[in-house]
Design a protein around this ligand. Structure first.
Ligand code: ZN
Length: 410
């Protein structure tokens, strides 16, 4: 069995007046995606999320059939393992951002001017031990870092220090325990102490003094989030008996693939940006299908363009994806699945909860003429949970009719 899953990040959207009341996907000229929809079956996926808005990592694990709630998958463990720290049972992992704060801990810059090469700062924080808990730190590109707390009696049930773009205020927040256990209280206390110590040390660091002289924001604080422990989950191979690989330009998606035991295929020029090497990625996918049963191909820029509110850019990038789909259309006996992890609404400049369009090519037809949010509403697959996608892909098409999945009526 061969399957190609193309995840176009943040593809779904709301209608935009300037696009003639169409979404960027509906407004884009996409003959190849339309061909796949016309010769495939369509539907809408309900996105799984626990917080205020969907996150890419939760949504991806859900797409692959892993319930993020059950496995407690959060950004911390993804970033830390991705940065190359080997997590152990009992560890608590965090995602950190080097940030700039004033003396009242008001956040001036969440990313300390997207600081490049903060290694000297990370080096200066290594080896800090508080109440028997060691802190392991590694750079995870630019301002990001992976942090692991290692010691006895730790719990991932603690709050974030990052207030996220002012949604929770503009000040860096103290870490609080989420439950009444001693472990959570201890973890929060130790982490607060570490953050305070780190702040004092970073503030005085010559690297930051130099930045200040150059008029650059000093990286004098670490905003942490996504506390999590090592998830105990079956690999993709164990779960589905499929040999899988991942083609993604961005670190996060490569790490998601890695956590699921997928092989990583690197493509030159695949950078997760609008100028990414789409042609190279699709070519690599076609080649990889000779050796793998399942190819996960991730495309990022739709999401980032929408987060910038750039609806025209998003529409044009979708057209670019479509143009590069040609080599894929010639694949034989390979179901092709095209969908998104979540919607990203240009009007809101953030991830949003709208269901995402889905097409499965190679498993029958349902008379849908084009690939858009609206057209997919009427598709035979109906509207269903992201977590069920893998089941739908793997089971033969007639099954769905028997299982009573109806047409989604709005
Ligand atoms: Zn995403």
């Amino acid at each position: 069995m061969k399957i190609l899953l193309i995840v176009i990040d943040g593809l779904g959207d709301r209608a935009i007046a300037q696009l003639g009341n169409k979404t960027p996907l509906a407004a884009a000229r996409t003959p190849n995606l339309d061909y796949l929809a016309k010769n495939g079956i369509c539907g809408l996926l309900k996105v799984k999320f626990q917080g205020a808005t969907p996150t890419s990592e939760e949504a991806h694990f859900s797409l692959f059939g892993y319930n993020p709630e059950r496995y407690k998958i959060k950004r911390g463990i993804i970033t830390a393992t991705g940065a190359g720290i080997k997590a152990q049972k009992g560890d608590v992992a965090l995602r950190g951002n080097f940030a700039t704060v004033d003396k009242n801990f008001n956040i001036i810059d969440r990313r300390a001017g997207r600081i490049k090469s903060p290694e000297p700062l990370i080096e200066s924080l290594r080896g800090i031990k508080i109440k028997g808990v060691r802190f392991l730190l590694k750079s995870a590109t630019e301002h990001r870092l992976g942090i692991i707390m290692r010691g006895r009696g730790l719990s991932p049930n603690i709050s974030d220090g990052d207030p996220f773009y002012g949604k929770l205020g503009k000040r860096a927040r103290k870490i609080k325990p989420f439950d009444k256990t001693q472990k959570a209280a201890f973890t929060a206390r130790v982490l607060n102490e570490f953050l305070e110590k780190a702040h004092q040390s970073l503030r005085e660091h010559p690297f930051n003094k130099k930045r200040e002289k150059q008029g650059l924001p000093p990286a004098n604080y670490i905003l942490v989030r996504g506390a999590s422990s090592l998830p105990q989950l079956p690999s993709f191979k164990e779960k589905y008996s499929l040999k899988a690989c991942c083609i993604a330009g961005k670190f996060l998606y490569q790490q998601i693939g890695k956590i699921l035991g997928m092989d990583l295929i690197k493509v030159r020029g695949a950078n997760g940006k609008p100028n990414t090497n789409l042609k190279g990625k699709f070519k690599a996918a076609r080649k990889a299908l000779k050796r793998y049963n399942f190819v996960f191909l991730h495309i990022k820029a739709t999401d980032t363009l929408a987060e910038d509110g750039n609806f025209l850019g998003k529409k044009e990038f979708i057209e670019k994806i479509d143009k590069n789909l040609k080599p894929i259309l010639k694949l034989k006996d390979t179901p092709i699945v095209v969908t998104a992890d979540h919607s990203t609404c240009c009007a809101l400049k953030r991830h949003c909860s709208e269901p995402v369009p889905l097409l499965i090519y190679g498993k029958g037809k349902d008379g849908i003429e084009e690939f858009s949010e609206r057209a997919c509403q009427k598709g035979k697959l109906g509207k269903f949970e992201q977590l069920k996608l893998m089941d739908r892909i793997l089971k033969p098409y007639p099954h769905y009719q028997v299982s009573g999945v109806g047409v989604y009526k709005n």
